[in-house]
Design a binder for this molecule. Structure first.
Ligand code: GUN
Length: 287
């Protein structure tokens, strides 16, 4: 029997209705509209699309947003100056610096400069530390979206073997930490695999939950998946002009118990979690 399809788009829409209601309550109680400042440096077309989608999603739930577009030759000092201004601006609650940044800019230096209280991506070392300690301030958007999909699908994570393919700062590392914590969508036994892992297929075949975040199109094949496993595809790759994930969907859906598609899976959930974090930031900054 083909796998159940985990519809991230539908789940994201449902959660956005709840967030819109929470934003409305917050505005009524405080007179303050949560506001996200997005910073886009350069003219990478994919980044421009992501940022536009984020702005549109903000507007749809009643969150304000401002896009700061900077030229691709912007210096690190100029970008840091903007970050300092946004940190000091009381009308800005969340700051998002779209990645990747141009080569002349040190990504870590910029992400470290974002106020930890406005760090809606949860990239600041202080926020990463809080996640590792199991007392998060903000949950990173994509890993949190993955957890929400597992909850919604009724996937039992407690005691399950979750295998994460990929060790990026944005997805793999935080997700591994979150899945092994105590709590909802957690308590898993977690294995992290990456480009240097030996006998990768032997490990992925043991996964009750398999999360692909390695950035290689159609990397996960049917023979890498345990029958009945829940497979979450975090990849977004362009292949012959088509958007595909890290999982060979057509093959793997014949083996898995549940699978998220690309597009329409993790992507919409990531943006939804950004909206939630922006409201959280506005709430924390009022305290
Ligand atoms: N580029 C790719 N994914 C992300 C993300 O989650 N946040 C930011 N800021 N940039 C990204």
């Amino acid at each position: 029997m083909p796998a159940h399809i985990i519809d991230g788009k539908a789940l994201a829409e449902k959660l956005r209705v709840e967030i819109a209601s929470d934003v409305s309550t917050f505005v009524n109680e405080t007179g303050v509209t949560p506001h996200l400042a997005a910073v886009l440096v350069g003219d990478d077309p994919a980044s421009a699309v992501y940022v536009r989608n984020k702005e549109r999603a903000c507007a749809n739930v009643g969150i304000g947003s401002t896009l700061h577009r900077l030229a691709s030759e912007t210096t690190q000092a100029e970008l840091l100056e903007l970050i300092h201004q946004l940190n000091a601006d009381d009308s800005v609650h969340g700051i998002l610096v779209q990645l990747p940044l141009p080569a002349q800019i040190h990504e870590k230096a910029v992400l470290d400069a974002v106020s930890a209280l406005k760090d809606v991506d949860a990239f600041h070392p202080e926020n990463v530390g809080l996640i590792v300690q199991g007392r998060p301030r903000f949950l990173p958007c994509t890993p949190c979206g993955v957890q929400q999909m597992l909850i919604h699908q009724g996937v039992q994570t407690a005691g399950a073997h979750a295998v994460v393919i990929g060790r990026s700062e944005i997805v793999g590392k935080p997700l591994v930490n979150m899945l092994m914590q105590k709590g909802e969508a957690a308590n898993a036994t977690v294995t992290v695999c990456h480009s240097r892992t030996r006998d990768l297929n032997d490990i992925t075949r043991q996964a009750d939950i398999l999360i692909a975040a390695i950035g290689l199109p159609l990397f996960v094949k049917a023979d890498m998946v345990k029958p009945g496993a829940a497979v979450i595809d975090v990849g977004i790759n362009r292949l012959d002009g088509k958007l595909v994930g890290d999982v060979d969907f057509d093959q793997v859906r014949e083996v898995a118990g549940a699978i998220s598609p690309v597009p329409g899976g993790v992507g919409p959930m990531t943006i939804t979690m950004l909206l939630r974090n922006t409201l959280t930031a506005a709430t924390l900054l009022r305290k």
